[in-house]
Design a binder for this molecule. Structure first.
Ligand SMILES: [Zn+2]
Length: 426
């Protein structure tokens, strides 16, 4: 697919230093402070491309050099069934996942695809390293799909217990290699392994929230909503683990305000977590820019107890400049928390009233909207965007034959750098 290279500069949110995107920076080389860098696009009014461009229909505001094959884009429609259940008159659903009748074609079922197609599109032909991604599952599945379809070398680090999340409708290309940490380990052990691999020559980290392509890829959810609604939403509901999607949503609104055609209102971030894992909720309610202290063992237990497993990030980009604390503060937002039972019921209600299955994390967001309506913290006629971050997975798996990615190697606990080097370089 042809894509005119997007024009943009990158700026540090701490010191204002401006730079080009050569070398794909993840931070500011000038001040070195813990803050995000942000893309500043030359085009201030976005032109939406045709649907067959997939995610790249938003390329005016994506830091990409090339368009990769196989992407889907978020789609936004006005809710009737679920809105009626809640008595809401202006509820819009942004759907990320598999729902062909609505124009939603994400084959890995979640909005991690928005990140993956944007991150890999940012890297041009000059990027010759192997990309390294650590994930508890969803992110790995999205990157594996993109890299396999586009022949991009990829190393995935995933805990062994999570590899059932690596399902695909085709067998993957050999350029995707899976390495596991052993059973009894979690996402943070996978990160630690990925750091060891990235210290080797020729391997580069994807960068997480610090990667402008990752955030601007997720920001397309809000661009899709503004396009469909003809306006910036007043309220934004999403369940969060790292909160990167919510930071991205806030950044999208800043660009839409400057665009001028979608109104100038702010958008209140209403983000949610799954009890008992409530690190972001607790920190926000304590009025604290610093995350509240969290005991590792206690956190692991809490993470095991929730159905929204992807919402259990222990080191979210919350405190740093331009992070989630700043986003919530600037939008006068709030954090909600719901139980497993509330989320399950909300997921069922969504399926009955809208007609598709949604992921447990998306169900947490739906439950938080129900809670906010019951408490009266959103008006019934409020212009609301509900970000369904994953859906249609059950349906996709039923409609397709599944192939599971198998690990090349399963490491023991805490492998030495030498051992990692030997296994990876062979
Ligand atoms: Zn700086």
């Amino acid at each position: 697919m042809d894509l005119k290279r997007t024009e943009y500069r990158v700026a540090c949110l701490c010191c204002g230093h401006e730079m080009g995107d050569e070398g794909y920076p993840l931070g500011c080389p000038e001040c070195g402070k813990p803050g995000l860098i942000r893309a500043d696009y030359a085009k201030k009014q976005i032109e939406f491309g045709p649907a067959d461009m997939g995610l790249y229909r938003f390329a005016d505001w994506l830091p990409v050099k090339r368009a990769l094959v196989g992407s889907g884009a978020p789609v936004t429609y006005k809710s009737e069934g679920f809105a009626a259940e809640l008595g809401l008159t202006d509820l819009w659903i942004t759907f990320n996942g598999w729902w062909p009748e609505k124009g939603a074609h994400m084959k890995t079922g979640a909005f991690k695809e928005c990140e993956a197609y944007s991150v890999c599109g940012r890297m041009g032909e000059d990027f010759t390293d192997t990309l390294v991604v650590a994930s508890a599952g969803n992110t790995a599945r999205a990157f594996a799909r993109v890299c396999s379809d586009n022949n991009i070398p990829l190393v995935l680090c995933v805990p062994e217990e999570n590899i059932d999340a690596l399902w695909f409708d085709t067998k993957l290309n050999d350029c995707v290699k899976l390495y596991c940490t052993p059973s009894g380990t979690d996402y943070f052990d996978a990160i630690s392994l990925s750091n060891q691999i990235c210290s080797l020559e020729g391997f580069s980290p994807e960068g997480g929230a610090k990667n402008i392509a990752r955030r601007d890829g997720m920001a397309t959810t809000v661009l899709s909503a503004a396009e469909a609604m003809g306006a910036i939403p007043e309220y934004y509901f999403q369940a969060v683990g790292s909160g990167t999607g919510a930071i991205a949503a806030w950044e999208a609104v800043k660009r839409l305000q400057k665009d001028g055609r979608f109104g100038s209102n702010g958008m209140k971030l209403m983000v949610s977590q799954n009890k008992p894992f409530t690190l972001i909720y607790d920190s926000w309610k304590a009025g604290s820019r610093d995350l509240v202290a969290l005991d590792d063992d206690e956190a692991r237990k809490q993470a095991e107890a929730v159905i929204g497993k992807v919402l259990t990030n222990r080191k979210p980009p919350y405190s740093l400049t331009g992070g989630l604390f700043d986003a919530l503060t600037d939008t006068k937002g709030d954090v909600l928390a719901v139980t497993n039972e509330e989320a399950s019921q909300a997921g069922e209600l969504f399926k009955e009233s809208e007609g598709n299955d949604i992921s447990p994390a998306a169900a947490v967001a739906v439950a938080s909207l129900i809670q906010a309506v019951e408490e009266g913290s959103v008006p019934k006629d409020g212009r609301i965007m509900l970000n369904i971050t994953g859906g249609g997975m059950e349906r996709f798996m039923n409609e397709h034959n599944m192939h599971f990615l198998q690990p090349v190697h399963i490491f023991g606990k805490n492998p030495s750098d030498d051992e990692v080097k030997k296994v990876i370089l062979g």
